[in-house]
Design a protein around this ligand. Sequence first.
Ligand code: ATP
Ligand code: MG
Length: 423
Amino acid sequence: MSSNETLQAVRGMNDILPDEAGLWLWFEEVVRDWLHSYGYRNIRMPLVEPTALFKRAIGEVTDIVEKEMYSFSDALNGDQLTLRPEGTASCVRAVLQHNLLYNAPQRLYYSGEMFRHERPQKGRYRQFHQFGVEALGFAGPDIDAEQILMCARLWHKLGLRDVALQLNTLGDAASRHRHRDKLIVYFKQHMDTLDADATRRLHTNPLRILDSKNPAMQDLIYAAPKLMDEIEDDAMQHFFAVQAILEQHDVVFEINPRLVRGLDYYNRTVFEWVTTRLGAQGTICAGGRYDGLVEQIGGKPSPATGFAMGVERLLALLQDDGMALPKLQMDVYVVHQGELASRMASQVAEQLRDDNLSVLLHCGGGSFKSQMKKADASGALVAVVIGDDEAQAGEVSVKPMQGGEQTRVSLVNLTGTVNQLIK
Ligand code: ATP
Ligand code: MG
């Protein structure tokens, strides 16, 4: 490769350019406010974890661990590491490592980049972003319902239309084992329809076959033994209690007995929020209960439940709804010419920022006319103009950009005048 060839970003890993980043910033603020209103606190974990963590948490025989993880051995010491494909495993690892569950349950959230080596397409990338929400140390159906109600509130806040809730229960370990055995017997009778992945998983993780997106297997999957038929009383009562709370709040849901989720750690309640407007990548938010995970990662058993939202898919949906990209609105553009005026200009700009105004200071010289053009293009509401004349008098001229008289004011009156004009 020649040394001056243009370099490109890694396939499936996107730049988010300033015009679009405005929407991200707005979204992140709305989401944080919403999380705080339910008492969730922020936690930040590394992007890289020991590979063993994800193998143990997500499950060896899952799409993510088998074929989607960016794993590598650290060239300096041989450690086996992985770029995080999701946040729950890291979050639970951090909670245990720092003993956060010692005497109180925890409501936590995090956000940031996740990495999965998938085939890039609309709504599916190799670096993507999630907001993850986890409640650890809570056993009852009330917290499952709280998390689902939270989501409903967020969609409402964002003005999202056409998002539907799908709900299922995976029961507990014993029922899953019984179901597993029945699945093996069933799929064995239909070996000719199974694809290579399914054949391989038949004995290691037959539940994963139900998660397959292969169209040729959908009829077979549809008729497979239902986990729902194996669920024990306790788990069923838990599931009914979640539903009762949702009904009390008029949250509409559909029970989808084929919803199994692509990660092994789930039990009991699982849910997905889906839209039909993003093509095949219609799940914008997914989660559920994972009571076994804390113990699996080496902690004292502790129930937990959580969910993650795909930021790219949510923002795509918002834009599909006609949401405009928010812009950075500047208050003031400072135009200046001459040595004395330039010195004064940077001082005036800092003074206005002291007073909490946003200010673009013209840099790079040029005629008044060309500077005023830039002021206009910047979208600033007010231009502050400083020429020799003004500088000598220790004053500035103030011009509302939307039209109106230019006035001259002293520095002490500047902030007041600007504030009047931008009100
Ligand atoms: P899918 O079935 O679409 O592959 P998943 O079950 O693998 O999703 P989760 O692990 O539950 O996804 O992640 C939660 C959310 O993160 C998803 O609902 C989706 O919105 C988002 N997400 C997952 N993978 C990607 C990806 N590769 N690119 C963009 N967003 C993603
Ligand atoms: Mg996936």
